[in-house]
Design a protein around this ligand. Structure first.
Ligand code: NAG
Ligand code: NAG
Ligand code: NAG
Ligand code: NAG
Length: 333
């Protein structure tokens, strides 16, 4: 380790600077390294971030969090406020592994050092400074000997269900899980609604008793999807599917469930809308036809009348001649 020698004048200067009132203008921006940072398991890594132009970040709140773990894993990777590290806010898996360069905060260096990284450290890291409303995200990728692990869980869309139906909340891991060694936890709103340990499933919350299950056969294939029966409106929300691989190694993914009262309510609305539309256009067509027919009739009638008027003498003549002819033939007309 490099011995850091600080001369008294620097100390006085630093003390002087730190006692100066910090004026935070809207002009200070947070500049962080961009792109995915690849690192090997076991190494230490520095997630680089600094304020520009440099101002002291000693007394402001500095939050380093993992947004991709929320709401499943709460807490921060490292939070610093009023010159101290808030240990109580830290995610346990980062205990004793995170640090800021405290002596560099005065220069606006808010970089985070994470020591002895593990593959589960892979993900997004957000640096947020609430007082100046600045944030930035850095991606870290931890692999063994340069191997970069894929995402921990298969991608899925939010799930939709109708009240009273059964639904599968998908959770399939891309890493190997072992039904004998690993613990599965399904949580909702911080409550354990279903757990599987030593091949045995159990429910902690009454509301989910007899309504939740995970297939052990599927579990062996890394599929720990939760079957939820008799869906209620209150089942709506975010669920966390967590797999405990070890004491401080937990992997979670979020599954969002949306509950509707009636089947395909949205589609029905769409259908009635298109029906209404077609009725509307049908009415329109009929109206156009009626108008056309009316116009045609009027024209025809008008022409007929017109013709009649011109034909009248002829007809009269015809009639009279006919009458005459009839009279000649002595017939009753
Ligand atoms: C921000 O910087 C610009 C020049 O770059 C300056 O004109 C402005 O006054 C600054 N704003 C504040 C709030 O200090
Ligand atoms: C912050 O300080 C540390 C320790 O001196 C240094 O390694 C790092 O490069 C600095 N980062 C920035 C962004 O200045
Ligand atoms: C962190 O370090 C403290 C003191 O050195 C120790 O008591 C604690 O058990 C450590 N925590 C972890 C998670 O290693
Ligand atoms: C996972 O298991 C559930 C039943 O628990 C099944 O419905 C689903 O299709 C399975 N998913 C995959 C990807 O095998």
């Amino acid at each position: 380790m490099v011995q850091v020698l600080i001369c008294p004048t620097t100390v006085t200067l630093m003390l002087l600077l730190s006692t100066l009132p910090v004026t935070l203008t809207g002009n200070n921006t947070l500049k962080c390294s961009t792109g995915k940072i690849p690192v090997s398991a076991g190494d230490d890594v520095i997630l680089q971030c600094r304020l520009e132009p440099p101002i002291s970040a000693e007394s402001i709140r500095i939050e380093w969090t993992r947004p991709d773990l929320l709401p499943c894993i709460k807490g921060s990777v490292h939070t610093h406020e009023d010159g101290r590290f808030l240990y109580e806010e830290q995610i346990p898996s980062y205990n004793n592994r995170s640090s800021l360069f405290v002596d560099q905060l005065i220069n606006g260096n808010v970089s985070l050092k994470v020591s002895r990284v593990t593959p589960s450290d892979t993900g997004k890291y957000r640096c947020y400074l609430p007082s100046i409303n600045q944030e930035a995200v850095i991606e870290l990728s931890v692999g063994h000997d340069g191997f970069v692990p894929p995402d921990s869980f298969m991608e899925h869309k939010p799930v939709e269900a109708v009240v009273g139906s059964d639904v599968i909340l998908p959770c399939v891991s891309t890493f190997n899980i072992n039904v004998n060694d690993h613990i599965l936890e399904w949580n909702k709103d911080d409550e354990e609604i279903y757990t599987v340990q030593d091949r045995r499933g159990s429910t902690q919350v009454d509301d989910y008793k007899d309504r939740t299950s995970v297939s052990i056969e599927e579990f062996k294939k890394n599929n720990v999807s939760l079957k939820l029966s008799g869906v209620k409106e209150t089942d709506k929300g975010d669920y966390c599917c967590c797999i405990k691989l070890g004491r401080d190694n937990i992997k979670c993914t979020k599954v969002t469930l949306d509950v509707t009262k009636e089947r395909k309510q949205h589609e029905d609305k769409q259908q009635t809308k298109t029906e209404a539309d077609s009725i509307g256009s049908l009415v329109g067509i009929v109206a156009v036809c009626l108008v056309a027919a009316l116009v045609g009739f009027v024209l025809w009638k008008y022409r007929r009348c017109d013709r009649r008027r011109t034909d009248k003498p002829n007809m009269d003549w015809n009639l009279s001649t006919n009458v005459k002819r009839a009279q000649l033939l002595n017939l009753d007309v």
